[in-house]
Write a new protein. Structure first.
Length: 329
């Protein structure tokens, strides 16, 4: 994957530092959310597949880790504040699964799945696939960071869920591979990270939250709460995405990807809420608040994305950023 085009002062400096092998990065603050989340996304990607021409040893460069820590602190503070009203929905619920149900019932009145099911044009549906590609081409990788940080029943349940996500022992059933095949079938680029220059900051933020939670042991509860909310809000939306793909006649690979998740995620939501989060809090009661924070973060960031995407489409605009000059049409 190539380094992305900068979106501000800090991301420009980081791009130069990574490309040219510079060992020091200034303490420049991000210009705005776009600059912040692209910078943070680049720093996180060093822990995944990295960038072409960037020394893999930069993953643990102390100066880059320090910059990442500052950006994470800002992001986490802002995210916690935004999530408080959603977390409050769980106050009167007893068990962790019941609290997760309350949080995932949060409704802003804006439904991206319904829009894609009933109203989206083919161009809009393809934009949706592009937006989602940033995560789905590495589907479940951020959650896998949590495995060595869990034990007992929660660890076993997470391993079971991830086994399904990673193809159940069959490489051709990897969910990331199924998504790549869906992209290719509609003439989109299936390469990992191909569309990072096209996705807005709110999409980067949703991806960054998963990496933030997965890479910090202290946030293991948030990682599992996010996973539970993700799975609990997936099965019915995937059914709507599937119906929208059929309405637009996008073809078998697109339908296959979402059809796979209609059934799988109906099982996974119970596994994540009860066998993972419920068991985790039973073993470590102090993690309850972290679990709820992670779930609320998933719901909040999805709501922000839905609002922005539908707002663009209903006013005749693209939900993607303009293609950079270097991109080949």
């Amino acid at each position: 994957m190539e380094l992305p085009e900068p979106r501000g002062t800090l991301s420009a400096e980081l791009t130069t530092a990574l490309r040219d092998g510079i060992t020091r990065v200034s303490r420049a603050a991000p210009d705005d959310d776009e600059d912040l989340h692209l910078s943070l996304w680049m720093l996180y990607e060093l822990h995944y597949r990295g960038f072409a021409g960037v020394d893999e040893a930069r993953e643990w460069d102390p100066d880059l880790i320090a910059v990442r820590g500052r950006l994470e602190a800002q992001f986490e503070t802002e995210l916690r504040a935004a999530c408080q009203p959603i977390i409050a929905l769980a106050d009167d619920q007893g068990t962790v699964p019941d609290q997760l149900v309350a949080i995932t019932a949060y409704d802003t009145g804006i439904s991206l799945p319904q829009f894609l099911q009933r109203e989206a044009t083919t161009a809009q549906y393809l934009e949706f696939l592009v937006q989602r590609s940033l995560y789905h081409l590495k589907e479940s990788d951020p959650q896998a960071w949590a495995l060595p940080r869990l034990e007992g029943p929660a660890k076993v349940a997470l391993a079971e869920l991830l086994y399904d996500e990673f193809g159940g022992g069959r490489p051709e059933r990897l969910h990331s591979r199924l998504y790549a095949e869906a992209l290719q079938a509609v003439d989109l680029d299936p390469s990992y990270g191909a569309y990072v220059d096209r996705v807005p900051g709110y999409t980067l933020a949703a991806n960054n939250a998963m990496s933030l939670f997965g890479l910090h042991g202290r946030l293991r509860g948030a990682a599992m709460g996010h996973l539970a909310a993700f799975e609990m809000t997936s099965s019915l939306p995937c059914r709507r995405f599937l119906q929208g793909a059929r309405r637009l006649e996008l073809g078998g690979p697109v339908e296959r990807y979402f059809d796979e998740h209609v059934e799988a995620d109906a099982v996974h939501e119970h596994l994540a809420a009860r066998a993972i989060c419920g068991a985790l809090v039973d073993a470590e009661p102090q993690l309850r608040s972290a679990v709820l924070f992670g779930a609320a973060a998933c719901v909040h960031l999805d709501a922000v994305a839905a609002d922005q995407v539908i707002g663009a489409w209903t006013t005749g605009r693209s939900a993607l950023l303009p293609a950079p000059d270097r991109e080949v049409a």
